[in-house]
Design a protein around this ligand. Structure first.
Ligand SMILES: O=P(O)(O)OC[C@H]1O[C@](O)(CO)[C@@H](O)[C@@H]1O
Length: 620
């Protein structure tokens, strides 16, 4: 465990200014008379898994949704969260670092102290291991002062994202009992929140008074479903990465000699890569989900990239930027099968050194074909969910290596007559993960922290704090809580005549939706991105001033609002025309309309063909 965690930090000028930023609360959380209303009982997001999840979570399955009510909402069945005796709550960073995480703790602390100054918030030093070892730090104004609105997780630090084995669960139960905790807040992504659900069930089964609440905090943005719009950290990470990519694009076009291969951290799903491509307009982006859907082989991917390089060379361009998600490697069918074999061998305790000799013949052949650095990375020990360590596999280098070989071959065969292909590789991970959080992430995390405290005060167990309507200003945010079991499902595997669910229920990472408008826009722009060097410079995160609120959240949230920068009305119309195709959903149309001052202004200048294509006037 790092000895520096929890010590007060010396802040520089910008950090000091950020520490003064006060996030807003939505009306439903303001004042001392917070009211909640219980909604429908829940099942699970996958109707085929209801029985399995219900059996696995007999004490916490089926609980009701909870909504926080605005002060002016009339509801005869509303429950006022009254004053209560002092409570003790524990909090830990279980998942990976993600910008904004500190504000969950700050929000919880403020809400607790506003209710009763004798409430106690204990942070577990070193995350899960601190929980097992009961190593705590009492959160106070002093402790918090240098961590408000700051990046990193260094207030408490973190270790392993796992509370799962019997030994770990027993240690967690004994820590919560010994420390007499009324609540335990677990901050993290899909893995941590799945573990939170299991812990909540164990507490309920043993009549332990500690209530477990999960908070959606992960840079990957993959804890996304009908209840959760986005995760804390995704906004910041996409903004920082987009800036880095755009810097690389400008560097590339300036010298005109390198192809940059950029891999982005973000787990198995490609949310970060999609968002950054929409923001920065690199020449090529290959998303894991589209590769998996089209079952593209490694060879086909390499050929596609080489075709792009050739097409650009035909225009005299010998530079370019390719963006890939770190999960791409697992989406390539043959690589997926190889990684699965390696994972199975790990599960059977085969050592890293012995894995190559125990692969099946075809997997061994593919393994041998890989450059030695990739071989070494593929056999590294697994993540806590038994998957490959994606951050450690240099897929961008693999692609650059194979593209170079193919370009040399095309040159030799006389098919390519352009200049020699030359590449530079980057992996953008911690550069963005350690950033100062954006205003949006500061606010979102702070609000979630407040919700956590209220849920513990009501005595709810096995819930996730949620906020929806995030694309609107904070005063329109809708605060709620959703039973963790409602987000669980079980992976299906083909067996016999049909797909049957096997394995244990968990919250799975959501892939990007290839039917969403944001993806459609990306595809529509693909050839222009490839050939026109249509680079976009979103710039660094703006915390204050004119630029700070122009786009407070990411473009892909709900996949509905890719409008880019709007300079003029005509600019707007051109963009709307691209996005709003006949038959697009009412939600998309409404989002577009709400982003302009007056619909009449649009109607005045609309051209005839646009008018007939887009019956905007049907909506008011
Ligand atoms: O390399 P580290 O620090 O273990 O973390 C890497 C992993 O963390 C994550 O952010 C977890 O979602 C992944 O995107 C990534 O693979």
């Amino acid at each position: 465990m790092n000895a520096d965690v929890g010590s007060p930090m010396e802040l520089n000028g910008l950090q000091r200014r950020r520490a003064l930023y006060q996030p807003e609360l939505p009306p439903s959380l303001q004042g001392t008379r917070v009211r909640v209303q219980f909604g429908d009982s829940t099942t699970t997001i996958d109707p085929k898994c209801v029985d399995i999840v219900a059996q696995a979570f007999p004490h916490t399955f089926g609980q009701r949704l909870v909504h926080f009510l605005d002060p002016d909402t009339m509801a005869s069945d509303a429950q006022v969260i009254k004053e209560y005796p002092p409570i003790r709550v524990g909090v830990l960073f279980a998942g990976r670092q993600s910008p904004g995480g500190h504000n969950v703790i700050w929000g919880t602390y403020d809400a607790m102290k506003a209710q009763n100054p004798h409430n106690v918030l204990l942070g577990f030093i070193g995350g899960t291991e601190g929980l097992f070892a009961k190593q705590t730090l009492e959160i106070t104004d002093d402790v918090l002062s240098s961590y408000k609105n700051q990046g990193g997780f260094d207030l408490l630090g973190r270790t392993v994202d796992q509370i799962r084995t019997t030994e770990q669960v027993n240690a967690a139960v004994s820590a919560c009992c010994d420390l007499n905790l009324d609540g335990l807040i677990i901050i993290g992504g899909v893995i941590s929140n799945s573990d939170a659900a299991q812990l909540a069930e164990t507490f309920a089964k043993h009549n332990c008074k500690t209530k477990v609440i999960g908070v959606p905090v992960t840079l990957s943005g993959d804890l996304k479903n009908q209840f959760v719009e986005t995760t804390v950290g995704f906004d910041t990470v996409c903004k920082v990465n987009s800036q880095l990519i755009s810097n690389v694009c400008l560097d590339a076009v300036s010298a005109g000699k390198y192809y940059y291969f950029v891999r982005l951290m973000g787990g198995k799903a490609s949310h970060v890569a999609l968002e950054c491509a929409l923001q920065a307009h690199p020449n090529m982006v290959i998303l894991g989900e589209e590769v998996a859907l089209s079952k593209l082989t490694l060879k086909e991917i390499i050929n596609k990239i080489c075709d792009g390089v050739e097409a650009r060379a035909a225009q005299g361009k010998y530079h370019g930027v390719l963006v890939i998600p770190e999960g791409l490697i697992e989406s390539i069918p043959e690589m997926y099968a190889l990684i699965q074999e390696i994972n199975n061998l790990h599960t059977n305790n085969v050592s890293e050194e012995d894995i190559p000799s125990q692969l099946s013949p075809w997997a061994a052949a593919l393994f041998k074909f890989m450059p030695s650095f990739i071989r070494r990375e593929l056999v590294l020990h697994q993540e806590s969910d038994n998957s490959a360590q994606l951050s450690q596999i240099d897929t961008e280098q693999l692609l650059a290596h194979l593209v170079e070989a193919e370009m040399n071959k095309r040159t030799k065969d006389g098919k390519y007559k352009g200049r020699k292909f030359s590449s530079v590789c980057h992996f953008f991970g911690s550069q963005a993960r350690g950033s100062l959080p954006s205003n949006f992430d500061c606010e979102y995390a702070y609000v979630l922290g407040h919700i956590c405290m209220q849920l513990i005060a009501v005595g709810l167990n096995g819930y996730m704090a949620t906020v929806t309507n995030l694309k609107d200003p904070t005063n329109k945010w809708r605060c709620a809580a959703v039973p963790l079991t409602a987000m669980m499902s079980v992976r299906r595997h083909l067996r016999g005549p049909g797909a049957v669910p096997i394995g244990r229920p968990v919250i799975h990472p959501s892939p990007i939706d290839l039917k969403a408008e944001s993806y459609a826009v990306l595809r529509e722009k693909a050839s222009s991105f490839l050939l026109d060097d249509f680079y976009r410079t979103p710039g660094g995160i703006q915390f204050e001033g004119a630029g700070s609120d122009t786009k407070p959240i990411t473009l892909t949230i709900e996949g509905q609002d890719y409008l880019g920068d709007i300079e003029t009305l005509q600019d707007y119309l051109d963009k709307v025309k691209t996005i709003l195709k006949p038959g697009c959903s009412r939600e998309i149309l409404k989002a577009a309309i709400s982003s302009i001052a007056s619909i009449n202004d649009v109607l005045k200048v609309m051209s005839a063909p646009l008018n007939t294509e887009l019956p905007l006037y049907h909506f008011n």
